[in-house]
Design a protein around this ligand. Structure first.
Ligand SMILES: C[S@@+](CC[C@H](N)C(=O)[O-])C[C@H]1O[C@@H](n2cnc3c(N)ncnc32)[C@H](O)[C@@H]1O
Length: 318
């Protein structure tokens, strides 16, 4: 049985707002998620990713978001919601993410995160799977994994790399899977890139069985709230703005001949913990992983041995 058919039979949500399960099953089995649910159409219907009328401010459960730039960005960039911004960067991201050793994922991040995961169970859902590098790794580790992402280009790239994997084009704030169909949800470096983070956490709680876990990795809110003054290992870290306020930011990076702009939302730690609390998920482990010595190649890299780049957590549905 093809993987897409397995998803449709086993975990598609009956009575989902997107339509009757039979209709959806046929679309999924025919591999039509990408073409039928274009991001604009489907995502706007969900109401979760609407951009504000002036494109300069938007609201979330944390209140009014003030857009702030960690680095120069055009206003045009901020007219797109995060989901659309990731679709616009899909080509760059595929190169960035697939170049072995290029970013922290390969050097230390993935393996530190994997240590938090419970052993494979019946079904693992990878939320914000992108082009699928972690989804493929989870499969190798023995997880029966379904990937979810809102970027049509990244979903297509993930499917192309491993056509046997079930990769669904969907908004994390409206997951087209049945209640209690998964014993593990993984959100690796995606929740800070999702516009409606609290709605996504709520959806994750819904698809987990009692006793199921969410394991998430995010940009640590300390990291996203400020910047180092200089590149020396002991440089001061400055929080210029309002840690407690949320703000959107875009961070262009160039390294090893590759360029990529990361589009994200800074939220205070509390925003994630309120979302977990309101979704009824109990945190059972939290890590602020230190960059290991072997992954540091410059004084600038050493700065991140003093402050956390990422935050990892495991939460359980009671
Ligand atoms: C930093 S990438 C991480 C991708 C992958 N987890 C990895 O580590 O390779 C963030 C991903 O979140 C996805 N994303 C953003 N908003 C989303 C939403 N509302 N629903 C689902 N995925 C979303 C983006 O398309 C992108 O693939």
């Amino acid at each position: 049985m093809r993987a897409v058919e397995w998803v449709s039979l086993a975990c598609l949500r009956v009575g989902n707002r997107a339509g009757p399960a039979g209709w959806l099953n046929r679309l999924i089995a025919a591999g039509h998620f990408g073409s039928t649910w274009g991001s604009g159409d489907y995502l706007n219907r969900s109401g979760a990713l609407a951009t504000s009328s002036n494109g300069l401010a938007s609201t979330t459960n944390t209140g009014t978001i003030r857009f702030r730039r960690k680095a120069p960005a055009t206003n045009e960039m901020y007219r797109m919601n995060l989901s659309e911004s990731w679709e616009a960067q899909a080509e760059q991201w595929i190169k960035w993410a697939r170049t072995p050793g290029h970013d922290s994922y390969w050097r230390h991040h993935r393996d530190q995160f994997i240590r938090l995961l419970p052993p494979p169970g019946k079904r693992t859902v990878d939320i914000g799977c992108g082009e699928g590098r972690l989804t493929r790794h989870l499969k190798q580790l023995g997880h029966a994994v379904v990937g979810i992402d809102s970027s049509p280009s990244l979903v297509a790239a993930a499917r192309e790399m491993d056509p046997s994997m079930a990769i669904v084009l969907a908004n994390a704030a409206s997951i087209p899977l049945r209640d209690k169909c998964a014993d593990l949800a993984v959100a690796f470096m995606s929740l800070h890139d999702v516009d409606a983070m609290a709605a996504a956490v709520n959806e994750i709680a819904r698809i987990l069985v009692p006793g199921g876990r969410l394991c998430a990795a995010i940009v640590h809110p300390i990291n996203s709230s400020g910047r180092f003054e200089a590149s020396a290992a002991d440089a001061r870290f400055i929080i210029q703005g309002d840690y407690l306020g949320g703000f959107r930011y875009s961070q262009p990076e160039e390294r090893g001949g590759l360029s990529m702009t990361f589009h994200s939302q800074h939220r205070p730690l509390e925003a994630y913990f309120v979302a977990l609390e309101e979704a009824g998920l109990l945190v059972e482990a939290l890590r602020e992983p230190r960059v290991p010595d072997e992954a540091v190649s410059s004084p600038a890299g050493r700065r991140w041995q003093r402050l956390p780049l990422f935050l990892h957590l495991r939460a359980r549905r009671p």
